[in-house]
Design a protein around this ligand. Structure first.
Ligand code: FAD
Length: 388
C-alpha cells in the first residue's frame, strides 16, 4: 500500500539531488528512489560555462557517480532510465520499456529544462552543439579537440552565450556571436549595461552580429559556414547554440497535469495531481519560472519538510543573478514583469550602475557591471522579496 511506498524523485540535477539531501536531514528511513535519464553523476551545472577558463574536462566536473550518491543519500539511483508515463490515479510510474511500474507515495518532478533549438537548415548541423548537461559538455569538449577548433560561432548573446564567449576567449579561441536583438544580455539588462559587457568582450577579441537570425549551417573545408538572414555569413570550426531554455513539460503534459510556461505548482510545490510535486527548472511556482540555482535551493528546503510531514510553503527573497563574464562582471536583479517604474542609470566606462525605482523611490530591481558590482550587497538589502 502507499504508506510503505517510496518517495520517488525524477531527475538527478541540482534540484533532484538537492531535494534528496535536504529530505534526508528530516527523514532517514523512508525509502527513496531517484530516477534519471542520464548517468546520474552529480555536478554543478553552472560550471559548464567556465570549462576552458578552469581547464576542466567532464570528468573533472563530475563530483560523484550515481552509486556513491545513492550510498550517501541512502537512496536507490536508477540511471539511463527514462520515465514515459505516470498513472496519478494509482500512483504508479512506468519506466524504460514501460513494462516496469513503480509505486510511489509521493512523486517529485525535477526534470529540468530543454534547450530551445532555433530552426536552422543545412548539412552542417552535426557541428552545432548545445551544452545543457554533463553528457552534452563531454560531447562538446571532445568535438573541440577532435576537430582542432580555433574559431567558434555562438548563436545567442544572452546569459549562456555571453558566458561561453568569455570562457572561449579565455581559452584562446576566436569567437563570433549572433543575436537578433541589439546588445549583450538584452532580456536581462538595460541597454547601457549590455553595451558595457559587449565593449569589454570586444576588447578581448569577440565579434558581435546584432540584428540578424542564423538561418543555415553548412559544411565547408572541414569547418562550417553560418548563414545569416541579412546576407552575411561567418566561417567557423564549430557552432554553439545558446538560445535559451524552456521548462521540460512533456511528461507532465502527457500525464494531464496543469502546465503553463512550466509545470504549475502552488507554494507547497504541489502540482494539480495528488501527491505529485514539481521543482527546479521544470516548475512554475505560483506563476514564477526562475531557471537558476538559488530558487531551487529554497524549493528543496521547503519541499523536504513537506515530504517529511510538515507542510511548508516556499518563499523567495531577492535573488540577484551573477553572470560569469569576468572580463566585465555582471550582477542583475531584474524587476518583476509587471513592476511600474524607471531605470536610473550611471555610466562610467565599463562600470554601469542601473537602478529600477518606483514612483515612490523604492528600489524594484538593479543591474550592475564592472566595479559597480561592488554595490550588490547594499542594493540587495533594499529590494523587496520576489515571493514573500
Ligand atoms: P537539470 O540539471 O537539467 O536536471 C534534470 C534531470 O532530469 C536530469 O537528471 C535528467 O536526466 C532528468 N530527466 C529529464 N527528463 C526525464 C525523464 N523523462 N525521466 C527521467 N529523468 C529525466 N544558474 C545560476 O543560478 N547561476 C549560474 O551561474 C548558472 N550558470 C549556468 C550555466 C549553464 C551553462 C547552464 C546550462 C545553466 C546555468 N544556470 C545557472 C542554471 C542552473 O544550472 C539550473 O537552473 C539548474 O542546474 C537546474 O537544475 P535542475 O535539477 O532543475 O535541472
Amino acid at each position: 500500500d502507499t504508506v510503505h511506498a517510496p518517495v520517488v524523485i525524477l531527475g538527478t540535477g541540482l534540484a533532484g539531488y538537492g531535494l534528496a539531501r535536504e529530505f534526508r536531514k528530516h527523514d532517514a528511513d523512508t525509502p527513496l528512489i531517484l530516477i534519471t535519464s542520464d548517468d546520474g553523476r552529480s555536478y554543478s551545472k553552472p560550471m559548464l560555462s567556465t570549462g576552458y577558463t578552469k581547464d576542466a574536462s567532464a570528468n573533472d566536473l563530475a563530483q560523484m557517480d550515481a552509486g556513491s550518491m545513492g550510498k550517501q543519500l541512502k537512496a536507490s539511483v536508477w540511471t539511463m532510465t527514462r520515465v514515459h508515463a505516470i498513472d496519478t490515479d494509482n500512483q504508479l510510474i512506468k519506466v524504460g520499456d514501460a513494462q516496469t511500474a513503480v509505486h510511489y507515495s509521493k512523486l517529485v518532478l525535477a526534470v529540468g529544462a530543454d534547450v530551445i533549438r532555433p530552426p536552422i537548415e543545412g548539412d552542417g548541423l552535426d557541428m552545432v552543439y548545445s551544452v545543457n548537461d554533463l553528457l552534452d559538455y563531454d560531447d562538446y569538449r571532445t568535438a573541440m579537440s577532435k576537430h582542432k577548433v580555433k574559431k567558434v560561432c555562438i548563436i545567442g548573446g544572452g546569459l549562456i552565450g555571453c558566458e561561453f564567449t568569455n570562457d572561449l576567449l579565455n581559452g584562446g579561441f576566436d569567437v563570433e556571436v549572433v543575436d537578433p536583438l541589439g546588445y549583450c544580455l538584452p532580456t536581462l539588462l538595460p541597454e547601457p549595461a549590455g553595451k558595457a559587457v559587449q565593449a569589454a568582450l570586444e576588447e578581448q577579441g569577440a565579434v558581435f552580429h546584432f540584428g540578424p537570425l542564423v538561418t543555415a549551417v553548412n559544411q565547408r573545408d572541414g569547418g562550417v559556414t553560418v548563414s545569416l538572414n541579412n546576407g552575411q555569413s561567418i566561417h567557423a570550426d564549430l557552432v554553439v547554440s545558446a538560445v535559451g531554455v524552456r521548462p521540460r513539460v512533456d511528461l507532465a503534459q502527457a500525464t494531464g497535469l496543469t502546465v503553463n510556461r512550466g509545470i504549475a505548482t502552488n507554494r507547497l510545490l504541489e502540482t494539480s495531481a495528488k501527491n505529485v510535486y514539481a521543482m527546479g527548472d521544470c516548475a512554475e511556482v505560483d506563476g514564477h519560472v526562475l531557471v537558476y540555482v538559488a530558487p531551487l535551493m529554497a524549493q528543496a528546503r521547503a519541499l523536504a519538510k513537506t515530504l517529511a510531514g510538515e507542510a511548508t510553503e516556499v518563499s523567495y527573497p531577492a535573488m540577484p543573478v551573477t553572470i560569469k563574464t569576468p572580463t566585465c562582471p555582471v550582477v542583475v536583479a531584474p524587476p518583476a514583469a509587471d513592476a511600474q517604474g524607471d531605470w536610473q542609470i550611471e555610466v562610467d566606462g565599463s562600470d554601469v550602475r542601473a537602478e529600477f525605482r518606483g514612483a515612490d523611490g523604492s528600489l524594484l530591481g538593479f543591474a550592475l557591471t564592472g566595479d559597480a558590482t561592488k554595490a550588490k550587497i547594499a542594493l540587495q538589502k533594499e529590494l523587496p522579496p520576489i515571493m514573500a
